[in-house]
Design a protein around this ligand. Structure first.
Ligand code: GDP
Ligand code: IMO
Ligand code: MG
Length: 423
């Protein structure tokens, strides 16, 4: 059984927690897109781990964790993540595999990300990790791949070629001094040496594992509405965050995928700029941000908060082929008198019942809400659905009916055990 797990909103839905739980039934866990713009939190016995590049299944001994070709890797961040995990007594030896085809985030990508963002009139609010510029080089066919770090001659040639053009852009466009060839060359060849024990042809290994009937779990990063094609462009990330990305980013064919799980929060959050129809007003937004501890796991930035949007999640169900929903942070809605659910967008007298493609509509539309009853404080922190207040169960049923996929799991806290499985 091969499962793809994706975020159904704008990221930070709680994918890390759900991957950690599902890893119990998996043999392989695979990151297939994005890079260290991701911050996936796993809480085990009150200890909090935040993974940026390592798959969130890594805490389970014996499970093979892969970083696929579709990921962009900042070697310094990855090596740091590996060493801090080793410091906590968790071994990655023999079970961390990095695709030689994955692209490498270079120092100039990170600076370019910042300089481009500073210059933009309509800021995206990127994580400044160099993600966009690295993917741009990949598509532009001048990127540097993990395999290149193992070939000093080829690496030197590629680096020189890149710096020739980039240093000119840095100087002329951004009045930045640019980068030293010798320093980067030395540093990145050293990274190559350190990563060598982990480099392995992930795509062929996954194909072989699939042939042998192993269970492979694909860990999406970001969320459906940050997808380069289907997200709220240009306020998106630079990769395919939707389920199709799992195939192109890992080398396993669509025919091998059996199940798609969409992770959605019981409300909505977004970090960075871009339209957000159901966003709360300032005061309630601040209240919910504190209540839900909505601060970025990667950048620490405050997350914007809003009501659950059925149009968005219904669109995510369609785009990803979501068969099941894992609904997280249900406990954060505890104690609210009334809860709103967005059922449509009103724009120029017209009601949209499905997520519009036009950014202007998304930006200017007024949400049409259905108000449902809330439930008393702390009452969702239970172990079984039957112990949840009736209003909370109705809320879940209402969401299922309106997004077109069943909820198979409800999360009511950050810990592993704070999870309710539905049949
Ligand atoms: P990801 O990027 O999708 O993995 O999500 P993040 O880790 O960035 O953000 C989710 C945050 O919510 C983390 O701090 C989790 O520990 C926390 N979390 C996940 N599920 C729940 C839940 O059901 N209830 C509460 N209160 N916190 C949760
Ligand atoms: P996880 O995997 C939430 C957002 C950034 C910005 C936009 C583009 O933890 O859910 P980028 O640096 O990717 O070029 O930034 O995308 N963004 C995320 N928002 N969760 C994430 O990852 C994100 N990764 C990128 O805030 O708006
Ligand atoms: Mg996150």
């Amino acid at each position: 059984m091969n499962t793809v797990l994706v975020g159904a909103q704008w990221g930070d839905e709680g994918k890390g927690k759900i991957i950690d739980i599902l890893t119990e039934h998996a043999d392989f866990v695979v990151r297939y897109q994005g890079g260290n713009n991701a911050g996936h939190t796993v809480v085990v016995k009150d200890k909090k781990y935040i993974f940026h590049l390592l798959p969130s299944g890594i805490l389970h001994p014996g499970k093979i964790c892969c970083i696929g070709n579709g990921v962009v890797i900042d070697p310094a961040v990855l090596l740091e993540e590996i060493s801090s995990l080793i410091d906590t007594g968790i071994s990655v030896k023999g079970r961390l595999k990095i695709s030689p085809l994955a692209h490498v985030i270079m120092p100039y990508h990170k600076i370019l990300d910042q300089l481009k963002e500073d210059k933009r009139a309509n800021k995206i609010g990127t994580t400044n990790r160099g993600i966009g510029p690295c993917y741009a080089d990949k598509i532009n066919r001048c990127g540097i791949r993990v395999v290149d770090l193992l070939n000093p001659k080829l690496f030197a040639y590629k680096l020189e070629d890149n710096l020739k053009e980039k240093n000119e852009i840095f100087k002329k466009v951004y009045h930045h001094p640019g980068f030293s060839y010798a320093q980067i060359r030395r540093q990145y060849l050293e990274f190559g040496k350190k990563l060598t024990p982990f480099i392995s042809p992930v795509h062929t290994e996954l194909q072989e594992a699939n042939r042998c009937g192993k269970n492979i779990l694909f860990e999406g990063a970001q969320g459906t509405f940050l997808d380069i094609d289907f997200g709220t462009y240009p306020f998106v990330t630079s990769s395919s965050t939707t389920a199709g990305g799992a195939c192109t980013g890992s080398g396993l064919s669509p025919a091998a995928m059996n199940k798609v799980i969409g992770v959605a929060k019981a409300y909505t959050t977004r970090v960075g700029e871009g339209p957000f129809p159901t966003e709360f007003d300032l005061t309630f937004g601040k209240f919910m941000r504190e209540k839900g501890k909505e601060f970025g796991a990667t950048t620490g930035r405050p997350r914007r908060c809003g009501w659950f949007d059925c149009l968005m999640v219904k669109e995510a169900v369609a785009l990803n082929g979501i068969t099941e929903i894992a609904l997280t942070k249900m406990d954060i809605l505890d104690g609210l008198k009334e809860i709103s659910v967005c059922m449509g967008y009103k724009y120029k007298g017209k009601i949209f019942k499905s997520f519009p493609a036009d950014l202007t509509v998304i930006k200017e539309a007024k949400p049409v809400y259905k108000k449902v009853a809330g439930w008393p404080g702390k009452s969702c922190r239970v172990n079984q659905l039957k112990d949840m207040p009736m209003q909370a169960r109705s809320y879940l049923k209402y969401i299922e009916d309106n997004v077109g996929a069943r909820i198979s799991l409800v999360s009511v806290g950050s810990g592993r055990e704070e999870t309710i499985f539905l049949d």
